[in-house]
Design a protein around this ligand. Structure first.
Ligand code: DP6
Length: 357
């Protein structure tokens, strides 16, 4: 067993969305999804700048009196849902290593939590690397993604860098539902995600509760399953051919389709607000004026927009958004390499005091 281990990971943005489970306990999705693992370092365009890192330090020690988890300097209630997701992952690995020690986890996000930027995805993906290394376990990426999946579905796609697919699988035990890299980050370095923050408020309905309700009550959800095969094939071909227009058109349709099933849920779920809608219209206008899709918007379970485009179209997109008053900040992110191990000097834990630094 090692001392303190520190990793840094990043969120992902789904091009093909995961919204609905066929097994709530094992977290098995109704459909496969595809995402970009984002690069931590961003370029700020407007408002308060932020990067996209989650940094997590882990220490297992017999000298610890209890398990403890700190996020952004605050000691967490271990019964809180987000923390319970993370402990699910820790306990799986602790059991596997046959380790009975308590654990101290100290984690920091460099971006607004619970704003539709998946802090749980980067949180769990980063944690799983730090914990398995601290326990001296040697586990393949594929298997790590399957453990991460059971903490929170979308986190399995942040276990690796580049462009990633989470296979829905068909086995009832989840043994074929894992994430794998389609292309490394270097495959399409010009591809960008322009993140537009219109709200940093915590979302009213959690993804977990929202998607369960959609599966249960939305009549549109069944037809979404048919559309998904087309969207997956189209995104796959667009990525293969580096065809931005095809990619942009498909991600917009895909995001709109998922949000339509949310609205079709009883009671209805609306994550997009008036600012989100203004962004949709602005990008639709831009594409119309250009005579082809030069950018595509996509929204997760939140009001903030992700605009998928390439470096050469960045200024056009930013210019197009200028008039929207509700925009708080804009940063441009590229595609990243996934979780990375940091040195001892980067640790967030004081190993003498067995406490956060
Ligand atoms: C809209 O992964 O947060 O961001 O598995 O219940 O923890 P749980 O849900 P979560 O859902 C993410 C939903 C989404 C789409 C996506 O990232 O694919």
């Amino acid at each position: 067993m090692r001392g303190t281990v520190t990793y840094r990971g990043t969120p992902n943005i789904a091009l093909i969305k995961y919204w609905g489970k066929r097994d709530d306990k094992l977290i098995l999705p109704c459909n496969s999804s595809i995402s970009l693992t984002l690069k931590g370092e961003t370029t700020a365009v407007k408002g308060v700048p932020f990067n996209l890192y989650t940094k997590t330090s882990v220490l297992f020690s017999d000298k610890l009196a209890e398990d403890a988890f700190y996020i952004n300097g605050k000691k967490q209630d271990l019964n809180d849902k987000d923390v319970a997701e993370r402990f699910y992952v820790i306990n799986q690995l602790r059991e596997r290593a046959g380790n009975k020690s308590h654990v101290l986890v100290v984690s920091e996000n460099s971006f607004p939590t619970a704003s539709g930027l998946a802090s749980s995805a980067s949180g769990i993906a980063t944690l799983i690397y730090a914990v398995s290394r601290a326990l001296g376990l040697n586990i393949s990426e594929k298997e790590l993604s399957m453990i991460a999946r059971q903490g929170s579905g979308s986190s399995c796609r942040s276990v690796m860098g580049g462009i990633v697919k989470w296979e829905k699988g068909t086995a009832p035990d989840g043994s074929d539902s894992f994430a794998h890299q389609l292309y490394p980050a270097s495959y399409w370095p010009d591809l960008k995600d322009i993140i537009v923050i219109v709200s940093s408020a915590k979302k009213k309905v959690s993804s977990r509760a929202g998607m369960a309700q959609t599966v249960k009550t939305s009549p549109l959800y069944e037809s979404r399953q048919k559309v998904l095969d087309k969207h997956i094939a189209s995104v796959g071909a667009a990525l293969r051919d580096k065809d931005l227009s095809k990619l942009a058109e498909t991600v917009m349709k895909e995001s709109n389709n998922m949000h339509a099933t949310m609205l079709d849920t009883t009671p209805p779920i609306m994550y997009m607000d008036d600012n989100s809608k203004a962004i949709v219209y602005a990008i639709e206008d831009l594409n119309k004026n250009e005579g082809r899709a030069v950018a595509g918007y996509t929204f997760d379970a939140g009001a903030n927009a992700h605009i998928i485009t390439i470096e050469g179209n960045k200024d056009k997109v930013i210019n197009q958004l200028k008039g929207i008053e509700g925009i708080e900040s804009i940063v441009v992110a590229g595609i990243g390499n996934g979780p990375e191990l940091l040195g001892e000097d980067e640790s967030l834990i004081d190993s003498q005091r067995l406490a956060p630094k």
